[in-house]
Design a protein around this ligand. Structure first.
Ligand code: PLP
Length: 365
């Protein structure tokens, strides 16, 4: 009996029948460049601070944590700057949970969320989990998205929510703020909530602006961030958003009580107080990212411009064969299911060298 036949015996919701769970392979391989983690790990001083903060929580682990995670919201506001205060900030167990809560509050049955594929594969899954219908917007042939096109699509479809991923996963390219402004304006009549998912913002090229600067005067705009990538804390599960205070009031209606554990809060606060040390590797990762782009161009491939810690590249005749051959050499990258393309995370210098050497050997053979 396969998984689907077993499931069919349960009274599962009709709309979940036949669906596949999120499933990037978790394989035991020396070089993991498949899910855009920060491969540098947590530096020693931040590690010590996190350990001490978590240890201090054990004194009162019998009590529920601060439901309002006040200190954490203050630290996140200070980190983001832009004149934001604690009342503008919300957090949850990864930005995936932040997005799920946004869909629970502003989506749901009879409502819709629009994304622009190829984009983050979790958006349609979060939509189906919350009973929200998913509208797939259209990008240009080069995967770009202009302000005019995005605004026209939002005006026509009038979705309850739009998610703009910038820098976009899996293509890696950031959107101009003109796209965010145009989409927000186009959603005026339908009172559309506009979410900008900036999971990779810290890796952007200098001069790329964050949508945080657009929040003032735009109560339907939400900017989501995470500590999973630049902060090297994917295992800690801490995502957050900045928005008007009334957005956080809406999320209080759907969150589970005490959803952020005392240990998560303590670890994240300690990490933010050591953000300089934790973010020190971001520049090194950007160097490796640019090195991947140059190396792939030399191999005759077509990498997309990247403002993130990964590179999406095309020009492959048989991406699956290349993916397999890299895996045989101990390098795991990501097949995102787009013909002719693969995606690779920028690692340490040695990991990046292993990837580029592998590509050279595979394409020559
Ligand atoms: C990695 C990623 C996230 C982060 O998810 P977390 O739940 O915070 O780990 C969010 N959005 C996109 C587009 C991502 O690629």
């Amino acid at each position: 009996m396969d998984q689907f036949e077993r499931l069919a015996q349960l009274p599962l919701r009709d709309d979940l029948r036949g669906q596949h769970p999120y499933g990037a392979p978790q394989l035991d391989v020396p070089i993991l460049l498949n899910v855009n983690e920060n491969t540098f790990g947590v530096p020693q001083d931040a590690r010590d601070a996190i350990l001490a903060a978590v240890a201090a929580e054990l004194d009162h682990l019998n009590r529920y944590p601060d439901r309002e995670f006040t200190t954490l919201r203050q630290e996140l506001a200070a980190y983001l700057g832009h004149g934001l205060a604690e009342g503008n900030i919300w957090a949850a167990n990864g930005s995936n949970e932040v997005l799920q809560q946004l869909l629970q509050a502003f989506g749901g049955p009879g409502r819709s969320v629009m994304g622009f594929p190829p984009t983050y594969s979790m958006y349609p899954l979060l939509a189906s989990g919350t009973g929200t219908s998913y509208l797939a917007g259209v990008r240009a042939g080069d995967y770009g998205l202009s302000a005019e096109s995005a605004a026209a699509q939002v005006r026509e479809q009038a979705p309850s929510i739009v998610i703009l991923c910038s820098p976009n996963n899996p293509t890696g390219t950031a959107l101009g703020l003109d796209v965010v402004e145009a989409v927000y304006e186009a959603g005026e009549a339908s009172r559309t909530i506009v979410i900008v998912d900036e999971a990779y913002a810290e890796f952007s090229h200098t001069g790329t602006s964050s949508a945080l600067g657009l929040l003032e005067g735009r109560p339907r705009l939400v900017v989501s961030r995470t500590m999973s990538k630049a902060f090297a804390m994917a295992g800690a599960r801490l995502g957050y958003l900045a928005a008007a205070p009334e957005v956080t009031d809406a999320l209080r209606l759907v969150r589970l009580p005490y959803h952020l554990s005392a240990i998560t809060q303590a670890a994240a606060v300690a990490a933010l107080r050591n953000s300089e040390s934790l973010l020190a590797n971001v520049e090194a990762i950007k160097v490796q990212r640019d090195r991947i782009v140059e190396g792939l161009v030399e191999l005759g491939l077509t990498p997309a411009p990247s403002d993130s810690n990964f590179v999406f590249f095309g020009g492959l005749e048989d991406p699956n064969a290349v993916w397999e051959a890299l895996l045989a050499r101990g390098v795991l990258i990501r097949d995102v299911g787009i013909p002719g393309h693969l995606r690779v995370t920028a690692g340490t210098e040695a990991e990046t060298t292993a990837f580029l050497d592998g590509m050279r050997a595979i394409l020559a053979g």
